[in-house]
Design a binder for this molecule. Sequence first.
Ligand SMILES: Cc1cc2nc3c(=O)[nH]c(=O)nc-3n(C[C@H](O)[C@H](O)[C@H](O)COP(=O)(O)OP(=O)(O)OC[C@H]3O[C@@H](n4cnc5c(N)ncnc54)[C@H](O)[C@@H]3O)c2cc1C
Length: 438
Amino acid sequence: MNPLSLDQPWGRGYSALHTHAFADGSSFATNATTSFLPRGLGRSYGDVCVNDGGTLLHTFRRDRLLSFDDVHGVLTCEAGASLADIAEAMLPYGWFLPVVPGTRYVTVGGAIANDVHGKNHHHWGTFGKCVFEMKLRRSDVGLIDVEPSDALFRTTIAGLGLTGLIEEVTLQLDCVPGPGIEQDTKLFGGDGTIDGYLALDEASNDWEYTVGWIDTLDPNLRGVFFRGRHCDGPNEWLAPQPARLTMPMDAPRWLLGAWSAKTFNALYYRAQAMRTATRETIPLWQFFFPLDAVNAWNRAYGKRGFVQYQFVVPTAAARETVPKILTHLREAQVASYLAVIKTFGDNPSPGLMSFPMAGTTVALDIPAPDEKDRRALDRADAMVADVGGRVYPAKDARMSAAMFQRFFPQWRELEAARDPAISSSFWRRVTASQDSAQ
Ligand SMILES: Cc1cc2nc3c(=O)[nH]c(=O)nc-3n(C[C@H](O)[C@H](O)[C@H](O)COP(=O)(O)OP(=O)(O)OC[C@H]3O[C@@H](n4cnc5c(N)ncnc54)[C@H](O)[C@@H]3O)c2cc1C
């Protein structure tokens, strides 16, 4: 076990004191008196990957790809393998991951524990849907096989790392024609609604991937809609370009705020509107993981970090509620850069606590929220809860216990399945005042 160190999640903003251990097959066989938390690559924005005062059990050394059935595309790997490792190894053979989040620097264990989604939820559902089997190590019963018919499968997918250490995983991969994506780009909005986005999304059923960028600081809610599908491309696209830039330092505080967010959003929209090619073939790395092109881009939000606020509201409420929430945040002068809007299909997740539900999801990057921003976000939480939506734990560092318990009333089932040696700062925070949900 390594000495204590200060450590931050991806959104930064605060530091936690941890001891560190490394998953090695005898992971719980220590004399630690504090709790453990499995840790992937720490790409969660908030405290689901933090265990303040406890031990982080790092998995990145357990990253071997163990076997591959190239007829059916079935891969078995250690849970510390990253999606980057898998994609780079498999793409030359015509296989890719069916579901990827917006960064490839995520482990398989982390992707399962948050049951991550991509731009194709309407086609594939969540990452958990690609999982056939897991080997799970628990402090009470040792190493066990977990299959979709087992109750522990349902609690481990989106189980926030709390049900045990996932050691090995068997996954379905997707057969793709090559390393390209045919991308089509369209502008939408300008009328203060998300109707333009929804219409484009509805008309894109034959495109596997859809996503929008939306200027939430513009009362007209203008945005850019991207849709894509796999296609072939030159061999040099089989491997990603190394990151071309590294954020050299933390952005100064004076640079971050409503005015710079407005300027950034306006410039981004103008750059998209001026592009002449709206249909083009690009490397799939660029389509799925644009932010991976800049190392340590989270420093762009300064030393005090940022929160990513991601909510989903059900389909029936989306048209009315999404603009209402965005207008509320804009009127409260909450600065927001790089807001992303996506549609989740009617594609139930295998996880008890999975975030996606059929509806519309929006994710906003908000630099170091102050008291006023936090009050506005609390109000937004209530607007989400009132229509039966929820906020994404993988991105969260602030929602109240009462709200969490309204979003996820099934949380007690996860608590009952929790490994007694495992805990996280997130879990302690959102379950602190049990029965406080209204
Ligand atoms: C740029 C960027 C874009 C993103 N885009 C998306 C997106 O489009 N969709 C989306 O859903 N998410 C997205 N995310 C969030 C990210 O995909 C998730 O937070 C993911 O879970 C991070 O994985 P990780 O390996 O870094 O795990 P960590 O952040 O280290 O841990 C996440 C959780 O997994 C648990 N865990 C990790 N390994 C194991 C294991 N072996 N056994 C048991 N539990 C384990 C941890 O305890 C923790 O609860 C994005 C994040 C970034 C930084």
